[in-house]
Structure formats: structure tokens, C-alpha cells
Design a protein around this ligand. Structure first.
Ligand code: PRP
Ligand code: MN
Ligand code: MG
Length: 179
């Protein structure tokens, strides 16, 4: 276990078995629908890669990078597009892949954007959900794990761009982010 990690909250094995389960569910739900699976960078990149390997029906993929305008305006729900999609979502069955839902602001913005661009359906699969953090009402269609109100990192999730490469979900030692 890495030095900055206080505790492993969800092990690599638990994550991998959940991702397999989600892949099986999505393979059934999206059979014959040729969905456009959209990865929300950066956090979702590892989940996306593992998830699509467990989806056994044809899918197309695209990537989008978004970030909030800044800590002070985060609650306004203003999200900046760093990298937009390459393909049109018009008439498409869209599945957004996220690593975590906290306030819900990132996703509520994205869902509205893709609906306004003419997507036929927009659904969300998130590996982690922190319901205690919600500022807007939002529920994913597919969720891996509910997470308590703790500062977690790993499996794509960062603190100041670090720890994304950990294969498990860890709770960061408080002295790392309070110092
Ligand atoms: C994180 C996370 C989600 C979002 C969830 O992304 O990956 O995308 O925040 O928070 P919310 O529900 O409160 O909007 P972040 O903005 O840190 O960018 P990153 O994915 O590049 O780390
Ligand atoms: Mn993110
Ligand atoms: Mg982040």
C-alpha cells in the first residue's frame, strides 16, 4: 500500500468483479443498440478501459474532457469543456462513463448538453457514488459502489493529479491534504 494511503476502502479484486458485473448488465441492456460510450476524462479513463473490455456487444467510443471553472464557481454548475467529442450524438444512444458522482454538477451539465445536441437517450454508468455530496438531484442508471463521505483516491481518481494509477480505492491520510 502506498505511503500516503491510510486505508484501502475497496480492493482491486472487488473493483474488478464489480466492473465485470456492470459489463454484463450493460451488454444485455445495449444489445443491438450500437451505443456511443463516452468517457469523461480524466477520472474515468481506467474504469472506461476495464468496462468496455467486459461489454460484449458492439459499441462506439468517444472521449470528452471537462473541468469546473474553479472552486468558487463550482456550485454554479458551470463546466468548461477542455476537449469536446469528435462525433455527433444526434439520434444516438449515449452512455456516459464516469468514475464518481459527488455534487452531481458535472453530470447534470453533461446530460443536458448531450440532450440538447439531440441524443436519443442519455444514461450514466458511474463506478462510485457519494450521495452525501449532492447539490443537484441526480441519479446514475448504473452504479458500482456507494461511498461514504471520505476523501478517496485511486482507480482514476486524483488528489492534485496524483494517485490515479492506484489499482484500488484508498482513503488519503488527512495530513496530505491539510498540510
Ligand atoms: C471529478 C470526478 C467527476 C467529478 C465529480 O472530476 O472525476 O468527473 O469530479 O464531481 P461532481 O459530481 O461534484 O461534479 P474532476 O473535475 O476532478 O476532473 P478529473 O476527472 O480530471 O479529475
Ligand atoms: Mn472527472
Ligand atoms: Mg479530479
Amino acid at each position: 500500500m502506498q505511503n500516503d494511503i491510510q486505508e484501502v476502502l475497496i480492493s482491486e479484486e472487488e473493483i474488478q468483479s464489480k466492473v465485470k458485473e456492470l459489463g454484463a448488465t450493460l451488454s444485455a441492456d445495449y444489445a443491438n443498440r450500437n451505443p456511443l460510450v463516452i468517457c469523461v476524462l480524466k477520472g474515468a479513463f481506467i474504469f472506461m478501459a476495464d468496462l468496455v473490455k467486459n461489454i460484449t456487444v458492439p459499441v462506439e467510443m468517444d472521449f470528452m474532457a471537462v473541468s469546473s471553472y474553479g472552486a468558487s464557481t463550482k456550485s454554479s454548475g458551470v463546466v468548461k469543456i477542455i476537449k469536446d467529442l469528435d462525433v455527433s450524438v444526434e439520434g444516438r444512444e449515449v452512455l456516459i462513463v464516469e468514475d464518481i458522482i459527488d455534487s452531481g454538477l458535472t453530470l447534470s451539465y453533461l446530460i443536458e448538453l448531450l440532450e440538447n445536441r439531440g441524443a436519443e437517450t442519455v444514461r450514466v454508468v458511474t463506478l462510485f457514488d457519494k450521495p452525501s455530496g449532492r447539490k443537484v438531484e441526480l441519479e446514475a442508471h448504473y452504479t458500482g459502489f456507494d461511498i461514504p463521505d471520505a476523501f478517496i483516491v485511486g482507480y482514476g481518481l486524483d488528489y492534485a493529479e496524483h494517485y490515479r494509477n492506484l489499482p484500488y480505492i484508498g482513503i488519503l491520510k488527512p495530513e496530505i491534504y491539510t498540510s
